[in-house]
Design a protein around this ligand. Structure first.
Ligand code: G3I
Length: 372
């Protein structure tokens, strides 16, 4: 009899744990913000079915890791290839996901010819503006009403908050940013339009983005959102700094997207929270300390770090439109190859087999904790 009631009690506990434990990220944050993942080529084309199934169980928004970048869709003058982009958007439409377009105007992954004439000379302002407009109209127009949110301008700021001296800036001038937003708005008036950058929780760059957004809004430029990429490390930026940045950006009147989140646990040969892909460091076993699995103590620290950041996102949920992880599982993360090639990194919420990590368990619990 005693044994039977003990069994009943443990069954009851197990059942209530099952009820209380949300089964997915999207369920956990339902009504708060979308939870997204970036898709790579194998996921977009259906070659990685298990990752697609995991994505659909856990996430309700998608971003294309590379599929919609200029060099992919328009590698040569007059040559367009939207085959991957079309599959990406079809996947999102079929599964009713919040679809993000990434990105329209950037200094990386844009072919060199874009800035030059047939003789290799840099284009004058008007010709580059026309090229930018044609590109935006073609790409945004193709997915009008299907892609809900576009990263219109990507990484236009230096770390000190001034505007980066890219060829966009040098040829067109500082108003290239306003022009890109105006063209995107014309091409799809209903799409959410985002300025997207990394390291926005650092004070100087935060001041720069706030200045930029205030100026754009004062000029009536249609900007709706700022994407904080959030390619973080274990100790930086702090949760408080992240909160300060979200609050300061939201105070300008736009939404915030946590647009490319991951947390790097490996020793860093690079200073600060940059995601500048031109930076590279040489491989060295000291920089790859855990090739066969993350030690439990480190995993616990990583889970605590994830939970601290998601507590901030949950607190600030009224201002946050989505939280997107930059990949589905650790196996596919760009962090395995940047800034050092060939490392084993652990930056996301699912391990290399697609199993939830302790960080996942910590993240799905956050809204429940707050309600207690
Ligand atoms: O497509 C080639 C393939 O043919 C070749 O065999 C292989 C060998 O290295 O390279 C492949 O290209 C790689 C490409 O990703 C597609 O996988 C490039 O080398 C690699 O540099 C490129 O990296 C991408 C990076 O942007 C480049 O800028 C990452 O996947 C992508 O995650 C990353 O995403 C950026 C965001 O767009 C903007 N914010 C920062 C973020 C992280 O860097």
């Amino acid at each position: 009899m005693l044994m039977r009631s003990a069994l009943c009690t443990s069954l009851l506990i197990a059942a209530s744990a099952a009820v209380q434990q949300p089964a997915s990220l999207k369920q956990s944050y339902q009504g708060d913000f979308y939870v997204g993942a970036a898709m790579n080529t194998a996921e977009i084309t259906g070659q990685d079915q298990s990752s697609d199934a995991l994505l659909l169980r856990q996430f309700n928004s998608i971003s294309p890791e590379n599929a919609l970048k200029w060099e992919v869709v328009n590698p040569k003058p007059g040559q367009y290839d939207f085959s991957l982009g079309d599959q990406y958007v079809a996947f999102g439409v079929k599964h009713h996901l919040w679809i993000v377009g990434h990105n329209l105007v950037w200094h990386n992954q844009v072919p060199a010819w874009v800035f030059r004439d047939n003789n290799g000379k840099l284009l004058p302002r008007d010709a580059l503006l026309k090229r930018m407009k044609d590109h935006i109209f073609r790409e945004v127009g193709r997915y009008r009403g299907k892609i809900q949110s576009w990263d219109v301008v990507n990484e236009a700021l230096n770390e000190d908050g001034t505007l980066r001296q890219s060829l966009w800036y040098k040829i067109i001038g500082p108003d290239y940013i306003a022009k890109a937003f105006e063209y995107a708005h014309e091409a799809d008036p209903k799409a959410q339009l985002t300025y997207n950058d990394y390291n926005l929780a650092s004070p100087a760059k935060l001041a720069g983005v706030v200045r930029l957004v205030k100026q754009l809004r004062a000029e009536g430029v249609p900007i709706d959102c700022v994407g904080m990429q959030t390619h973080d490390h274990m100790d930086s930026p702090t949760a408080e700094e992240t909160d300060t940045a979200i609050r300061a950006i939201a105070a300008t009147g736009v939404k915030v997207a946590i647009s490319e989140m991951d947390i790097d646990v490996l020793p860093s040969p690079v200073q600060g929270n940059t995601a500048d892909v031109s930076i590279r460091a040489a491989a060295n076993p000291k920089l790859n300390p855990w090739p066969n699995g993350l030690p439990a103590a480190m995993q616990q620290q990583l889970a605590a770090r994830y939970a601290a950041l998601f507590r901030v996102f949950y607190k600030d949920r009224a201002d946050i439109s989505r939280v997107t992880l930059w990949g589905v599982t650790n196996a596919q993360s760009w962090k395995n190859n940047w800034p050092v090639p060939g490392r084993t990194n652990y930056p996301l919420l699912f391990d290399r087999q697609g199993k939830p990590t302790p960080s996942w368990y910590a993240v799905v619990k956050v809204p429940g904790e707050a309600e207690k």
